[in-house]
Design a protein around this ligand. Structure first.
Ligand SMILES: [Zn+2]
Ligand SMILES: [Zn+2]
Length: 407
């Protein structure tokens, strides 16, 4: 009896469970069909046409460099950095001293230094926002109140973002993986340092983060920066324990190229924001240019950083290397589509160029970007940098389809 009763109870429980489970299934199925996601992507409105591909100027620059106003820097006065940049043809420069070394008062230190002036190098107003949650570079064409960004550093991201927008600066995530990684929301930044210092190999995780952010709809520009702190001693300056770094990592390792509408500081910042940018291992290495022909007339209609609506028709892409060191050299072009390998192509000849065709999906976002590998180009002023960059020559920013500019 006892056993049979137990069995009956067991049966009842099992039946009840089955009914409950069935109830859950039908309930959730009903809920699913009635559910409307208020955040689901809405149809894209009209996108502005890409800007001119010819009216502009290619400028090369250094976007992460420390002068004597950073405490751990050695033999690196501002005038020494500027003189070097002129020597190797660098057009724009951001001296990004640690703001915490001067309690946020960059305006009365780096920017107030009598050496902070140049009639040929475009000097950006910049600083490295150096916080317990990580590092970022602030860039501006004109002086701004950096003290406010320093003061807000330990607040929630929503508060920081408000101040950043109020200041009207370009904010960039520095060395985003590893120590002092950028521990804030990527919603606040305009670009990300995907190539930090001459040591290319340590940037793999930064590239991974960039691809994840691009895939999520955040159209962040990838940029470079040497993060160099140490100069070559001159005159009665004494070498220090880190002086050896000056011949391995200095201004231009890597070099960030921008296609700016004019040779002005504001045009450099605008190009950095819109993504018409590529990165090369040094100022003498070839420049990567990445274009797309949307309508099959063999005339290029857009370049890296640009974003258009996909039409469902095939698009012809063109990768081109420009520079003096490309003759009779073979390069490998790796194409990445939506974070995944798309294909590898060999490029050689006097005017190296490759083309490939693909049809970006008419629904959802698609992006393509390229990396270029091959023999390194010597950099006589920083002779040990070539070995550290290995066979990495350069990389492009993405060509984008269906990205929401209001995201
Ligand atoms: Zn840093
Ligand atoms: Zn730094």
């Amino acid at each position: 009896m006892v056993l049979s009763t137990n069995r009956n109870i067991g049966l009842l429980i099992k039946t009840g469970l089955i009914i409950m489970v069935a109830g859950c299934i039908s309930g959730s199925a009903l809920g699913q069909s009635a559910h409307v996601n208020p955040w689901a992507p809405k149809p894209l409105g009209t996108l502005p046409p890409p800007a001119s591909l010819s009216q502009g100027v290619w400028l090369k620059g250094e976007l992460h460099m420390h002068s004597r106003h950073s405490k751990e820097s050695s033999n690196n006065s501002i005038s020494k950095i500027i003189t070097f940049c002129r020597l190797v043809g660098i057009d724009f420069l951001a001296i990004t001293d640690h703001d915490n070394h001067v309690e946020g008062d960059v305006a009365h230190n780096t920017w107030a230094d009598p050496e902070f002036k140049s009639d040929s190098v475009l000097l950006l107003y910049a600083a490295e926002w150096t916080t317990t949650r990580g590092h970022g570079n602030a860039f501006s064409a004109r002086p701004y109140d950096h003290q406010q960004l320093f003061d807000v550093r330990d607040q929630r991201d929503t508060v920081v973002g408000r101040i950043k927008n109020k200041l009207g600066i370009h904010l960039s995530a520095n060395h985003p993986s590893g120590k002092d990684h950028f521990g804030y929301s990527y919603d606040m930044v305009n670009s990300i340092e995907v190539w930090n210092s001459a040591i290319w190999s340590k940037n793999a995780n930064a590239i991974m983060i960039w691809d994840d952010m691009l895939s999520s709809g955040r159209k962040l520009t990838g940029r470079g920066g040497s993060d160099a702190h140490h100069g070559v001693p001159v005159g009665d300056e004494k070498p220090g324990p880190n002086t050896y770094q000056a011949k391995a990592n200095y201004a231009g390792t890597p070099t960030t190229w921008v296609f700016a509408t004019a040779r002005t500081k504001q045009a450099v910042i605008d190009a950095l924001t819109n993504g018409r940018v590529s990165i090369s291992s040094n100022p003498y290495a070839p420049r990567v240019e990445f274009y797309a022909d949307l309508n099959g007339d063999d005339k290029m209609d857009m370049m890296m950083g640009d974003n258009v609506k996909a039409t469902g028709k095939p698009v012809k892409f063109k990768v081109q290397l420009t520079g003096n060191s490309i003759k009779d050299t073979t390069y490998t072009i790796n194409v990445v589509k939506n974070g995944n390998p798309f294909g590898a192509f060999k490029m050689e000849g006097k005017m190296p160029m490759i083309e490939f065709t693909d049809t970006p999906a008419i629904a959802g976002r698609t992006y393509y970007r390229v990396t270029v590998e091959g023999p390194s180009t010597p950099y006589p002023q920083v002779p040990q940098s070539a070995a550290l960059s290995g066979n990495m020559v350069g990389l492009s920013n993405p060509i984008c389809f269906n990205f929401d500019p209001n995201f």
